[in-house]
Ligand binder design. Sequence first.
Ligand SMILES: [Zn+2]
Length: 453
Amino acid sequence: MNSAARKENKLSLLHLLNLSEENSEKILGSSILITIEGEYPRLIEFLKVMLEKTFETVHTSPSANIRYDCEIVTSSRYKNNNGTTVYLCADQGNLIVTLEDSKNNLPENLHPFFYFLITCYTGAIVLRALFKEIPISGPAEISFDPKKIVTDQNLLHKTVSVGRSYLAGAGAVGNAFLFALSTFHPQGEIFVTDPDFVSEGNLNRCLYFDDSDINYKKAEVLVKKAQPHFEKLNLVPIPSELAKVENNNGRAWLDKLIVGVDSRRARRNLQGEVPKEVFDASTTGISEIVLHYHKRPLDGACLGCIYVKEKVEEAHEKHIAEALGVSLNDVKQQFVSKDAARLIAEKNNVAINDIIGLPYDTLFKQLCGEGKLMTKENVQVLAPLAFVSALAGAFLALMFIERHSGLGDYNYWRLSPWSNINYRLKQNVPTNPDCEFCNSKTYQKVARNLWPE
Ligand SMILES: [Zn+2]
């Protein structure tokens, strides 16, 4: 792992989990051994991709001169070490990730979507195994029933027509969304929009990106890497913000919007594009993922209702403006303009051309994210560890497939990457009285004209 990616992980452990410098270094420097015998090719592939985003050393066969801090096994029979072990197993139809020794093997040749979920939860349990005092509540065992997660198991094998969609954001959630979606069989077209470039600091959580992608456009890299995994889904890169996509002269164009951007403001801005149908997943720090869905005619919350403006956001933007030497209004534009870039370059040691078009949060993290300037308001720029974004992407992909098959029973669902799935938290939340869109007569009129009932 390169040093910038490791630094990002360390900032997350320091500020999102409040771990000490020493404990953070110890966790990230851990060596993990994956000892899985049998027919689990996809599981091994997923575990390696995911765990390498967080831990220094991840091996799939033991090296004689390494003492592994944690071993992942599907059966205690094949265990190499006597130390900390994470077991992937099954019991009465449930798939289980646990610290307890278990006799029941994980089924072989499961649908890869379930191996992907197991991989996400393994991230949480491995962290718990490495550092028992992790300050997030949750059990030492996570289990789930695949039949309860995917209620119509036909969806796992049949072609699902998904039409034409736009994905906003080719970062951690966007990567994980396509990664998980590729385990299904979608047919259609997705335009992948993102104005940003792959930077060293992204590599700790974007599943498809590696060192060779640095400085290339995220949207283009993601499409290049993900496309070979889809037979009937066509991916098209658009390396700019969604708001600047050339559309049909303002006519109704944004039928389906998949949201993988990384801030509340960015989500509200997307609602401003008046999408008809929205599939959204976000992460709250390191402890939670949030799923949201809506479709016009609206009978509940929109993105503006869910991600309604909070005081802490204003404080965060003010701090960014002061730290970078631009106005608050500049920061509210979300992306660095030419004029703002000039101001920032005067005060900071950066080249104007390198920063035009960058999101402010990204730039702030690059220039001021060493930790010392990290205030309570600013931790929102920090990304969670890879497995958290990956889980958000996985459930987003499932929601996308289900909604295109007439299934789905919530518009808002909060899940913990550290605990068992709580189905009772599925909700249908109403319009928020503070929503800037639902309370705007003009917006509602435009929306009704674009998408008549
Ligand atoms: Zn609203």
